[in-house]
Design a protein. Sequence first.
Length: 75
Amino acid sequence: MTNYRKRETRDKIIFGGLIIKAGLRKADRAFLLGALIEASRIPPDTEQYRQLHKIGMEAFRNDARMTNSESKDLT
């Protein structure tokens, strides 16, 4: 497998994981694509972008806390 294909496969797994993390596993594909296209139109220097970024960062932090908490329970 070429480096390009390995990276492409890894990216697909990561982005698929984001869809699942967002609770959109069963969402219609056209809806997901539309939402992503709409999100791509939000300029990074806007309040809307900053708010969505904040929501995402909080979700990652909460996930990290859950993972750390679960690993402590195993010890």
